[in-house]
Ligand binder design. Structure first.
Ligand code: F6R
Length: 364
């Protein structure tokens, strides 16, 4: 049942190229995105004024990435919230807005309540859901299914990756319809989407080095994940994965926030993982990493092939293939999943069923 792997999590990590392909390819035909299944016609897409993106845990982290992607590609204002906050904060919801509820299980109590809150206030909802026929899938006005297949490990990997893929499809299509992407940009993005599963596959081939590094850091007390823009979004996910299954205290910070407080936590040997896939933010994040290093941090860098000067700063570097920067999160998340996995294994923990956690949180 684990397909020859020791844990479901590793099996599911390796299913990501196929899961992302299964999510993308039925919706791309002859170089064009085809989303007729969600009955969002072009006029509606043009008239949307604001997006609300809602989820819990990793699904929320997809939302954080989605904000950058939608704002950049479709110039659409986006609010992202965790469902348990959204449902109780009496939000001011604009007319002509659309809510996107992201959930693997489709049964998360707070996410379902947030969806109902949107309906009660007249905001239409689109579910990005993995489990067919689940509550959120049934109640949402429209559903864009992720085709990750059943996910058994408590820590999500392939569902997260397919949720990102669903967001890319939507944001790229919104950009075309709303005229913020010209035909050439659109065609290039669609091409990059089609290349993504192969690049995820390639990223997975760097496992042994990460395993070696993880065994060295298995005794760490703290780890910090930093990045800017989309690299911050993936830092959030990397840090959650890490703490969930390794039981090592970890936090993610927007790199620019380090000097506003968190850097006081850095001591000799503290692990700081810097994510640097966004070309325009590269130098900025490097300078935050240098600051942490000068206070004793050990630096792991996660960047794109070609950025080899990072080795002047980081003690250990992992490279991911080049893609359009909007889609880089799909690649940078892979080494972070592997890092968490291997640290958990090195500590002999129950990787697939971490303590205190349930696969689907159906109570508040
Ligand atoms: C983290 C994880 C959780 C879920 C969260 C939402 O690895 O799995 O944070 O992402 O509980 O679950 P769904 O997506 O089922 O609503």
């Amino acid at each position: 049942e684990k397909g020859g792997y020791e844990h479901f999590m590793m099996k599911e990590i390796h299913e990501q190229p196929a899961a992302v392909r299964d999510t993308l390819s039925p919706r791309i035909k002859d170089g064009r995105i085809e989303l007729s299944e969600i009955s969002l016609d072009e006029e509606t897409i043009r008239s949307v004024r604001r997006l609300y993106i809602i989820g819990c845990g990793s699904a929320y982290h997809v939302g954080v990435a989605a904000r950058y992607v939608f704002e950049s590609l479709a110039r659409l204002p986006v609010e992202v919230d965790v469902a348990s906050e959204f449902r109780y904060r009496n939000p001011v919801l604009e007319e002509n807005s659309l809510a996107i509820i992201i959930s693997q299980s489709g049964e998360t109590a707070d996410s379902l309540a947030a969806l109902r809150e949107c309906h009660a206030r007249g905001v239409p909802t689109l579910g990005i859901v993995n489990v067919v026929g689940s509550s959120i899938a049934r109640e949402a006005d429209a559903v864009l299914y992720t085709w990750a297949g059943p996910e058994i490990a408590v820590a999500t990997t392939k569902a997260y990756s397919t949720q990102l893929a669903a967001i890319y499809l939507l944001a790229t299509e919104f950009g075309r319809v709303r005229g913020t992407l010209d035909e050439e940009q659109y065609a290039r993005l669609v091409e990059e989407l089609e290349a993504l599963p192969g690049k995820i596959e390639k990223t997975l081939s760097d496992k042994e080095r990460i395993q070696w590094f993880a065994s060295k850091y298995a005794a760490a007390k703290d780890a910090f994940f930093i990045g800017r823009g989309l690299d911050y979004a993936v830092a959030l996910e990397g840090s959650l994965k890490f703490k969930e299954i390794s039981y090592i205290h970890s936090e993610a910070f927007a790199a620019g926030e380090m000097k506003h407080g968190p850097i006081s936590l850095v001591e000799k040997g503290t692990l700081v993982v810097g994510v640097l896939t966004q070309p325009d933010l590269y130098e900025k994040t490097i300078s935050n990493m240098v600051e942490a290093k000068s206070r004793g941090a050990f630096l792991m860098g996660l960047t794109t092939y070609g950025n080899y000067n990072i080795e002047d700063t980081a003690g250990f570097t992992v490279y991911v293939p080049r893609t359009d920067p909007h889609f880089a999160t799909s690649l940078s998340v892979i080494p972070l999943q592997l890092l968490a996995y291997y640290v958990s294994c090195a500590k002999g923990l129950d990787v697939d069923k971490p303590r205190n956690l349930a696969k689907s949180v159906t109570v508040e």
